[in-house]
Design a protein around this ligand. Structure first.
Ligand code: SF4
Ligand code: SF4
Length: 183
């Protein structure tokens, strides 16, 4: 969803859809800005991202959106959300995770052969934000082929604490990897 795809944008979205998406993007950006401001006041994000997009397209293969319980459970809200994403963003609902309240989609703008987005200039806010959002998660998980990774901001202190705990070397290495304590 990052710069790896930008050079190949063909802007398949028509003018009307582009206007709707622009308005949706404004709302999304405003919400995100306020949310991140609040999180910053709470000391977030606890990770910083390293690396760069290699254009693997992995994040476009199955876009996933986490929704609130009412949106996931109430039929009307669920229908509205899924219809919006289908008509506006070109996201076709293909599955879900009931436990995590995730909607899983196939993006009709994504070409799996070329790994390119045909509407990059009008892509939704979530595509623009990925993988920055992972810096705010409790334990970031990247797709295996993604060129980004995360480093815990207080990794040095935590590594020292682990060293003092005299763990077996393999356990230490496992924790350093899982907790993103190394560049
Ligand atoms: S609109 Fe689809 S193809 Fe384009 S960046 Fe988003 S998920 Fe990827
Ligand atoms: S998964 Fe990572 S490297 Fe691949 S396209 Fe998405 S942001 Fe870029």
């Amino acid at each position: 969803m990052k710069q790896g795809l930008v050079h190949f944008a063909t802007m398949k979205d028509g003018p009307f859809r582009r206007i709707i998406k622009r308005l949706a993007l404004l709302r999304y950006t405003g919400d995100l800005w306020i949310t991140r401001l609040v999180l910053k006041a709470q000391g977030e994000p606890r990770y910083r991202l390293t690396g760069a997009c290699n254009g693997c397209g992995g994040c476009c293969e199955t876009p996933v959106i986490q929704v609130s319980t009412p949106v996931f459970r109430l039929r009307s809200l669920r229908w509205l959300t899924l219809t919006w994403h289908r008509l506006v963003n070109g996201f076709e609902h293909t599955g879900e995770d009931r436990k995590l309240k995730l909607f899983i989609f196939r993006c009709t703008h994504y070409d799996p052969v070329t790994k390119q987005c045909d509407s990059y200039d009008s892509r939704p806010g979530m595509c623009r934000d990925y993988p920055r959002n992972l810096a705010y998660s409790a334990l970031p998980e990247f797709l295996p082929e993604c060129g980004y990774s995360a480093v815990y901001k207080k990794s040095e202190q935590l590594r020292l604490a682990l060293l003092k705990a005299n763990l077996p070397p393999e356990k230490y290495e496992e924790l350093v990897r899982k907790l993103h304590l190394r560049e």
